[in-house]
Design a protein around this ligand. Structure first.
Ligand SMILES: [Zn+2]
Length: 222
């Protein structure tokens, strides 16, 4: 029988029991005053699969928020897929079933990797902007992928659109949302109701993609 450690029990005048997995994967039980320890332990045992899953998920997330170390086996996101890093003696960064990263780049690993992502992002984003431009009939002037960290995209007054290199880690569905969002700014400058109507017209499920980005955006980094 697999034991699940309860890190903390917080009793209060609440009426129900809540199991909470904290940011550092600790299990915290919030319980009413009168509930026995045995009852709590039984409940935790019953919910052990959920707790385990949740704790692993939290730990996995933690690995992503930490800065990358560029060591063998470390996981990197590439258009929504995870790839293990493999340090190799080759000349370039090459994606096979693993992400091969040259030993000679290790001295400046982060900027090298960022450049690679930037390049890949531009390839894909250019295609997607062209696709949505044709679909909507909205014309843009130029596309750039920048080193921006805080913003996913921006649209200048003359229709020049910029995207963050970090989008090369996002799933395509999410990239499409950012692309359509910025392209919509060619015709609607601010985020008024009209803006969202336009986005919805061409992407009825944009809210799901927007939510994904809001929740997972912090993992798209080096
Ligand atoms: Zn906007």
């Amino acid at each position: 029988m697999e034991e699940i450690k309860i890190d903390k029990i917080i009793r209060s005048r609440r009426k129900t029991i809540a199991l909470v997995v904290s940011e550092n994967a600790a299990l915290i039980v919030r319980a009413p005053m009168a509930v026995t320890l045995e009852y709590i332990q039984n409940l935790v045992f019953k919910k052990r699969l959920w707790i385990n899953k949740k704790q692993q998920w939290v730990l996995r997330q933690g690995r992503f928020i930490r800065n990358k170390e560029f060591v063998d086996g470390e996981e990197f996101l590439y258009f929504g897929q995870l790839y293990k890093l493999k340090i190799w003696t080759g000349e370039n960064i090459v994606l096979t079933d693993v992400l091969n990263f040259p030993t000679k780049y290790l001295k400046a690993a982060k900027p090298r990797m960022m450049m690679w992502y930037k390049h890949k992002a531009l390839e894909i984003i250019r295609q997607r902007v062209l696709f949505y431009s044709q679909l909507t009939g909205w014309k843009f002037r130029s596309i750039k992928v920048t080193g921006a960290v805080k913003r996913w995209g921006s649209c200048g007054p003359m229709g020049s659109i910029n995207f963050s290199w970090r989008l090369a880690m996002a799933p395509l569905a999410v990239i499409d949302y950012v692309v359509l969002h910025e392209l919509t700014h060619v015709v609607e400058k601010n985020h008024a109701a009209k803006f969202w109507q336009q986005v919805k017209k061409f992407m009825p499920d944009y809210k799901i993609r927007q939510k994904w980005l809001k929740e997972n955006g912090k993992f798209l980094n080096l």
